[in-house]
Design a protein around this ligand. Structure first.
Ligand code: RAM
Length: 348
């Protein structure tokens, strides 16, 4: 899978590139090498860095791992990606234990549950592994750093703005989420509820359902939502798996163009549904940059350049300099809105 923009040279794309910091993305494969040993070139640093997404087979994580691998390659380290087939709360534990036994230098994890993997992560840390969460955090005492794609407030507001514009700011909406314990989605949903209550009194959130970041489950939950809520005017799906499955359902149903769908999606998965009129606009950040930043941050911890305390700064290759904020969190940037007039500028 490539991540080159289709219209690289277009002047018009420059604002977009600035917004997402897409420029200069390296184009390398995603497959990992071995995950053990001292990979630091000529030094004693153990730059064996293993990525552990929520689950495998999700294009979002394929893209974040691609960015991670590019960064680890630049750093002269050894990249690996491992992960479960299903995004269940403790499915990652065995992979964490294996990486610890292998003696990796760093683990980069998107958590399916804020607590379920904490013991395993803390055992890894006790054994000297630097633990960085990205995309979906654990509790703060189970990791050294969290790389956040955008502020939770910003991600929630982008989706609330999109759905309320699309339904005319009144009527019933529902959420099709990922797995029930996912830290990231649950945080965004809470914030969306607050925003709807405060600023959109005529919009009712009637149900939150969970597709488990599984395509078929998400598809079936979309059908069920539409059946149980005949007056539904819109669906927010804050997961790339969910929004793509919901769009596929809507696109061949009588609800196409009548029930609005927005949320967080990848341009490549959503393109056909924007073009066929099922979806008007949705949001995301750049998953490749997220993985790239997470890998650089992990390396900075391994090298002892940072410890994760507020104010620590480090360099992240082509993305420039970053500063650790509150709660040992590093922020990538802002969410970005994709629609018919810009979706062809992106390839991920
Ligand atoms: C899915 C995953 C991931 C989330 C994106 C938006 O790919 O749930 O954690 O950040 O959607």
């Amino acid at each position: 899978m490539t991540f080159a923009r289709k219209r690289v040279a277009a002047v018009a794309a420059m604002a977009v590139a600035a917004a997402l910091a897409l420029a200069g993305c390296a184009d390398t494969g995603t497959s990992g090498g071995g995950s053990t040993g001292d990979a630091g070139s000529g030094s004693s640093e153990n730059l064996a860095i293993t990525f552990l997404p929520k689950n495998l087979g999700n294009p979002y994580f394929d893209t974040s791992s691609k960015g991670g691998k590019a960064a680890v390659d630049e750093l002269g380290g050894t990249f690996a990606e491992v992960g479960p087939a299903e995004a269940t709360p403790d499915a990652q534990v065995s992979y964490i234990n294996t990486a610890t036994q292998q003696g990796v230098g760093g683990l980069v994890v998107s958590a399916n549950d804020p607590k379920a993997i904490c013991d395993a992560l803390n055992e890894a840390r006790d054994a000297g592994v630097k633990v960085v969460t990205f995309d979906s955090d654990t509790n703060a005492d189970c990791r050294d750093l969290f790389i956040n794609q955008a502020t939770s407030d910003g991600i929630a507001k982008a989706q609330v703005d999109l759905i309320t514009e699309q339904i005319g700011d009144s009527g019933e909406v529902a959420v099709l989420s990922a797995s029930a314990n996912a830290t990231n989605q649950n945080t965004w949903i809470e914030k969306m509820k607050e925003l709807l209550a405060a600023d959109h009194p005529n919009v009712q959130l009637v149900e939150v359902v969970y597709g488990d970041d599984d395509d078929q489950t998400s598809f079936d939950k979309t059908a069920a939502l539409l059946q149980s809520h005949p007056n539904l005017k819109g669906i927010i799906s804050p997961t790339t798996v969910g929004i793509a499955a919901a769009a596929r359902y809507l696109s061949t149903s009588d609800y196409k163009g009548k029930v609005a769908l927005t949320g967080l999606g990848t341009p490549n998965q959503m393109r056909e549904y924007v073009k066929d009129g099922t979806v008007t606009a949705f949001a995301l950040w750049n998953p490749e940059d997220l993985g790239y930043l997470a890998a650089y941050a992990t390396a900075a911890l391994i090298k002892g350049e940072i410890t994760g305390k507020e104010g620590d700064t480090f360099e992240a290759g082509k993305l420039g300099s970053f500063t650790v904020g509150e709660d040992a969190t590093v922020l990538l940037g802002d969410p970005y809105v994709f629609k018919a007039d810009n979706i062809d500028d992106f390839d991920f």
